[in-house]
Design a protein around this ligand. Structure first.
Ligand code: ADP
Ligand code: MG
Length: 268
């Protein structure tokens, strides 16, 4: 971060603890500024949808939340903690790699491409992180993995390898795998964009169930039906800024900004 941080920055100014809070977040790659001052707040239990044209900075923003990118200016908090820093006495210290890894355990991420381990079965994919990262016993991890596979409707596919599963099934395994770490926040980056249309519904159903269970979710999506029905909040991003935000039904039905209207006319 280029601007000076003090220990007052270790906690968000607003006393209410948001799951994610961005204050004037900037991110550049070299000379190219990709996030140009993002302000937003995701409350616990909320489904927060992020829409916008390709290249507007949506994935970059998710990667900043998930400690995969460092912001250049502004403040970003996850669950009340300043991302990338820890406070000790009067000072803020940048987190070491090991500490970042600890923080990342609490955040589940699901990508457009499912990224399952190809040489492991579905249940082995779901067990992997709890066993390797948390040291959970294999028996316990397998039992838990089976119940997660059941939750995403794939108990009968537990012994299948990713290559034996459809894209939609692989994506549901990927969701179960993320849930296996008991995240407090789930990030979805266009989870259905790579799927054949007939497979999209099953994945969205799993996400809907997850939302109903109270999970806090940030969802980058082009599925406006999902945003409208499941979303609590919707942000339209363009060219690194938040152009418009509000309740999904409101934004999708009555977009106020010309840029939002133009984008929606192309995707709806
Ligand atoms: P979106 O997800 O909205 O399509 P991205 O966050 O992926 O947008 O990308 C926003 C811009 O940042 C794009 O112009 C992209 O080329 C650029 N960008 C993303 N990651 C990098 C990187 N690691 N290095 C350089 N440029 C990047
Ligand atoms: Mg993207």
């Amino acid at each position: 971060m280029s601007d000076k941080l003090t220990k007052q920055d270790a906690t968000p100014r607003d006393a209410s603890v948001a799951m994610v809070r961005a204050e004037d977040v900037h991110k550049s790659f070299g000379q190219v500024e990709v996030l140009k001052g993002i302000d937003l707040e995701v409350r616990p239990g909320e489904v927060f949808c992020l829409i916008g044209p390709s290249g507007s900075g949506k994935s970059t923003f998710l990667r900043c939340i998930n400690h995969l990118e460092k912001i250049n200016a502004g403040r970003l908090y996850v669950d009340g903690d300043l991302v990338g820093y820890r406070q000790s006495g009067d000072k803020l210290y940048e987190l070491r790699d090991r500490e970042v890894a600890m923080k990342r355990r609490d955040i589940g991420m699901v990508f457009q491409r499912f990224n399952l381990f190809p040489h492991m079965t579905a249940v082995e994919n779901v067990m992997e992180a709890p066993v390797q990262v948390k040291g959970v016993g294999k028996g316990e991890a397998r039992e838990r993995a089976m119940s997660l596979l059941e939750r995403v409707g794939l108990a009968d596919r537990a012994g299948h390898y990713p290559s034996q599963l459809s894209g939609g099934q692989q994506q549901r395994v990927a969701i179960a795998r993320a849930l296996a770490m008991d995240p407090k926040l789930m990030l979805f980056d266009e989870p259905t964009s790579a799927l054949d249309p007939e497979l999209v519904g099953d994945v969205l159903d799993v996400m809907r169930d997850l939302a109903e269970s109270g999970m806090t979710m940030v969802v980058v999506t082009h599925e406006m039906g999902f945003a409208r029905e499941v979303g609590d909040n919707l942000v339209f991003m363009d060219d690194g800024v938040v152009v418009e935000s509000g309740h999904p039904r409101e934004v999708l039905t009555n977009p106020r900004h010309e840029r939002t209207q133009s984008f929606l006319s192309k995707v709806l």
